[in-house]
Design a protein around this ligand. Structure first.
Ligand code: AMP
Ligand code: GLY
Length: 457
């Protein structure tokens, strides 16, 4: 296991970041955790991303007790019955159990869970509410990009429908209409006609399908190209490249059907050359960290256009299902890094992250009716998980599951993330699908082309 400050090999190298600038020590200084030298960990969230975090951190020789709030069927032995949005109870639990806390989803970050912990001197890994604004306010994020000259689509922000429609008309109706606030990843409509724009604006601003998130909207030029996500581990002054992934958001093969939380992903994105990664780190990640002192996982959703990479969105956390293909590729222990950053420490200048597997592929196995009407199709017995998990290159992470008499039942839209790892993407894809074939539950649906349709326009 490399030491924290040791330079280590990486095959997807990040660009060297700017020299660290001294920052004031966080006040008050977080107290030390676990007296036996082990670190107790509280993971916040309930998806397959959090199960993947549990799997990764659980292998660390430094890990003490690990808790998941609220967790799922796969994290059952670690679950505590605290909602991810209940920041005060999370704080009380972490304090009582001397935990370092790692936050998975965006909502607790937007609610200020990091601010609360920090103000009480408790260690937590993630951005403050102000830093997480890069995700919870798209108008802020776009303004920041404009200010920092980060490449992104031209845009304008509106608080009334008619000016928004007039602007879209001036852009030839080829626009993306976006709710400003958090909308569970569903607040974007990509349009190419007047009717689509009018419907999108009416849904978001008049019918308020995303509630207050639609009080203002962004109308931006539609851009074309291949999409990928890039991840960085940030300590407030430095961004270290953590890998790239491609997420398949549409329900059906070939990128058809409704948008979902993510039907699968693969890593690395095949277009993440060293040159591209260096460009993304220096032009996109480093400026954000330098301006906002961002601490936590920073996620840039990119479109590779004819004019180079452009940012579609920033997120202030690991992606789901991207985490399920990033974490299983790592050949080092994230825990010392998370520990260091969550107690106000800085990553060393030479930190480079090692990768064990060339590629990983994740297939989401989903409930019947997902994403539109799966609520009544729950409680179905899932078979084959242990058999698939026993395969060398497979990891099965749970999402919408619960246990009954020790056996997993479906309990949500996306049920399992089945991950294959391998020496090439083709290998990882084959591994993932062999394992998918071993698992079944009534009404199960999944895409059959994850990692197989490389170019998505
Ligand atoms: P977001 O929630 O901002 O990531 O957007 C969801 C999806 O909408 C993205 O993954 C893209 O496929 C698409 N999208 C967002 N903005 C644009 C844009 N300006 N041009 C084309 N597609 C976009
Ligand atoms: N995979 C998209 C997201 O986590 O926002």
């Amino acid at each position: 296991m490399p030491g924290l400050m040791d330079p280590v090999r990486i095959d997807e190298r990040g660009a060297a970041s700017a020299e660290p600038q001294p920052l004031p020590e966080p006040q008050p200084r977080p107290r030390q955790v676990a007296s036996d030298g082990k670190t107790n960990i509280l993971i916040v969230g309930s998806g397959a991303r959090e199960h993947a975090l549990l799997w990764h951190l659980g292998r660390s020789s430094m890990a003490g007790e690990i808790y998941v709030a609220p967790g799922n069927g796969g994290t059952h032995d670690h679950n505590i019955g605290i909602d991810a949005a209940d920041t005060v109870r999370l704080y009380e639990f972490a304090r009582h159990n001397d935990c370092v806390t790692v936050v998975g989803p965006e909502l607790p970050l937007a609610l200020g869970v990091v601010d609360l912990f920090r103000s009480e001197g408790m260690p937590i890994f993630g951005p403050t509410q102000r830093q997480a604004k890069i995700e919870w306010s798209k108008s802020y994020s776009k303004a920041l990009m404009r200010e920092l000259a980060i490449p992104t689509a031209a845009f304008s922000v509106f608080t009334e429908p008619e000016p928004a429609i007039a602007y879209a008309s001036g852009r030839g109706w080829n626009v993306a209409v976006k709710a400003d606030g958090l909308a569970d990843g569903k607040g974007v409509r990509v349009c190419s006609s007047e009717a689509e724009v009018r419907a999108a604006v009416a849904d978001i601003m008049d019918r308020k399908v995303f509630g207050g998130a639609g009080n203002s909207i962004i109308v931006e030029d539609r851009i074309y190209g291949t999409e990928l996500s890039v991840f960085a581990l940030c300590d407030g002054i430095r961004a270290v490249y953590l890998g790239s992934a491609v997420d398949h958001k549409q329900l059906l093969d070939g990128g058809k059907g409704p948008n979902t939380g993510g039907m699968g992903a693969y890593s690395p994105a095949e277009l993440s050359s060293d040159t591209m990664v260096r460009y993304v780190m220096s032009r996109i990640m480093d400026p954000v960290v330098a301006r906002t002192e961002f601490s936590g996982f920073l996620y840039a959703g990119l479109m590779l256009t004819h004019d180079g990479p452009k940012v579609i969105e920033f997120n202030s956390r690991l992606g789901d299902p991207e985490a399920q293909v990033i974490l299983p590729r790592l050949d080092f222990d994230l825990l010392p890094y998370l520990n260091l950053v969550s107690t106000g420490g800085r990553l060393g200048a030479g930190v480079r992250l090692n990768l064990a597997y060339e590629a990983a592929c994740c297939v989401s196995m989903c409930s019947e009716g997902y994403p539109l009407s799966h609520k009544d199709n729950q409680g179905r017995r899932i078979s084959g998980v242990d058999e698939a998990n026993a395969r060398t290159n497979t990891l099965v992470f749970h999402a919408g599951t619960r246990l009954e008499d020790g056996k997993p039942l479906t309990d949500g839209g996306r049920v399992l993330s089945v991950v294959g790892r391998g020496r090439s993407l083709d290998h990882a894809v084959r591994e993932a699908y062999r394992s998918v074939d071993m698992i079944s539950f009534k009404g199960e649906q999944h895409r059959t082309d994850i990692g197989r349709t490389r170019l998505r326009a």
